[in-house]
Design a protein around this ligand. Structure first.
Ligand code: BES
Ligand code: MN
Length: 458
């Protein structure tokens, strides 16, 4: 086994420039799942992934159409029934690029600057998908696969995976496995290998506020008619109290409290105030009273305004009282909150607080359930060992503030745990302009997956 492992690692090292060239090809496809005009590119990205799997000699490679974007499936089951079966998850879709003018180079013209490669979706998560595929390629080059693999690469993660749940429910047998590998998370720093054991959930809303039936002259009518932008801002302002707590009725009722032992462990993470100040560039931190930033972002629920729109925002001035205002608002959830309940809570808040002088409408966009995974699962132990081999130190375990709702679906629909890993860095600008990936970390990621697969067989 040791020989195969060494051969696989050597192969991965000598093929780095080709791996990178392939990644650049993948990252050049503008697979923005939320963009209705990107259907053809989404299809192209799915095909590109399927072609990679075919090139690896995977069996049963399929591009399953769904109500939305297709799911790519493939399997490599040669290791036989005695070996574990791992479902490798990934997504080929990416977030929108805007604001485009803040990108130094085109979001779909991958550019290498120093140790980083810049492109939309490079770290979230085309690079991670490629790291797992290139690790498999390296292992296959060395000899037989020590484990069975199934691949499920979707195209709707960034829009809440609406088609994936029905797909998983109707393909339970096809997807049967011992556990899932979810490489859609990150590590804390290039020299801090990290395993994620919890992910937050999400409840996403659009709140629309309507006032007069058309835009008004702000001098003729201002003062006599409530401005919907003002009403919206007041509603939003009331969603937090002075302690930074969320005021939606019942919001905290099902939040699992953090126990002292876990708080003590989270306090050991190398993520103090200075980490958050440095990585965000914010002039000061904010947060629910009584909790640390690590707890705020990992273990406590939050409510954020993701976007605001109303009235005149162009160059110059216009004295107008707008007819409407809207906000995109989302809550990050922790166990045992549930997005449908949070929608009801938001409705209840608005019913109580919305003034009679406006009409409002709340649209439920999408949601995801929070998850906690078993830290001592077979998969996490194999990954811990792999990271120790590659980095020369034990990984730390953290809770992630972002969401990968499918992890809960793996638990609920397939009855399996997930290994949550990935090699994105906190300063990779995920979902922001100039998204990047750190190449030395990516190469370590490939090595990690190689060791991981061999560790599982051992
Ligand atoms: N890869 C991210 C989740 C993540 C973020 C992991 C930061 C580690 C660090 C994932 O692709 C993502 O962005 N998910 C969305 C899910 C949502 C649209 C349902 C998110 O968290 O906003
Ligand atoms: Mn993402």
């Amino acid at each position: 086994m040791t020989d195969l492992r060494t051969t696989a690692i050597e192969f991965a090292h000598t093929n780095r420039s080709r791996f990178l060239a392939e990644l650049i090809e993948f990252a050049a496809i503008p697979s923005v799942s939320t963009d209705p005009d990107a259907k053809a590119d989404m299809q192209r990205a799915a095909l590109w992934v399927a072609d990679q799997l075919i090139a690896l000699n995977a069996r049963n490679v399929q591009i399953f159409p769904t109500a939305g974007h297709p799911v790519v499936y493939a399997e490599m089951l040669q290791a036989g029934p005695a070996a574990p079966t791992i479902l490798v998850y990934g997504h080929y879709d990416v977030q929108p690029v805007d604001p485009l003018n803040l990108w130094q180079t085109g979001p779909f013209a991958p550019d290498i600057r120093g140790e980083n490669i810049y492109a939309r979706g490079i770290t979230d998560m085309k690079g991670q998908v490629m790291a797992s595929l290139k690790a498999v390629e390296s292992v296959l080059h060395a000899g037989p696969l020590p484990v069975n693999l199934k691949f499920m690469i979707e195209g709707e993660e960034e829009i809440g995976s609406p088609s994936l749940v029905p797909f998983m429910e109707s393909h339970k047998d096809l997807l049967a496995c011992d556990f899932a590998l979810n490489p859609d998370t990150g590590i804390l720093a290039p020299d801090v290998p990290t395993i994620t054991y919890a992910l937050r959930g999400l409840a996403y809303f659009e709140l629309r506020v309507y006032g007069p039936d058309h835009d008004l002259h702000s001098g003729t009518f201002g003062g006599a008619v409530l401005n919907p932008a003002q009403a919206l801002c007041e509603l939003i302002a009331g969603m937090h109290d002075a302690q930074g707590r969320i005021t939606l009725p019942g919001f905290y009722d099902t939040v699992r409290p953090l126990d002292a032992a876990e708080r003590a462990e989270l306090a050991r993470l190398p993520m103090g105030d200075d980490f958050f100040l440095r990585t965000t560039g914010a002039p000061a931190l904010y947060g629910e009273a009584g909790y640390t930033p690590v707890e705020h972002t990992g273990a406590r629920p939050t409510l954020e305004v993701n976007g605001l729109l109303s009235g005149f925002t162009g160059e110059g001035t216009k004295t107008v009282l707008p007819a409407w205002a809207m906000a995109k608002i989302s809550c990050r959830l922790v166990p045992d909150q549930n997005p449908a309940q949070v929608y009801q809570q938001m409705q209840a808040y608005l019913q109580t607080h919305a003034p009679a002088a406006i009409r409002w409408e709340l649209i439920d966009k999408h949601g995801g359930v929070p998850s906690i995974s078993d830290r001592n699962s077979v998969g996490n132990l194999a990954l811990t060992q792999a990271m120790e081999t590659v980095w020369g130190k034990r990984p730390i375990y953290k809770r992630e503030g972002g969401s990968v709702p499918v992890v809960t679906q793996f638990q609920n629909i397939l009855g399996v745990e997930s290994v949550n890993t990935g090699f994105a860095l906190p300063d990779d600008n995920m979902h922001s302009p100039n998204e990047k990936m750190h190449l030395p970390t990516w190469y370590r990621g490939i090595d990690t997956f190689i060791h991981f697969f061999y560790n599982l067989a051992a």
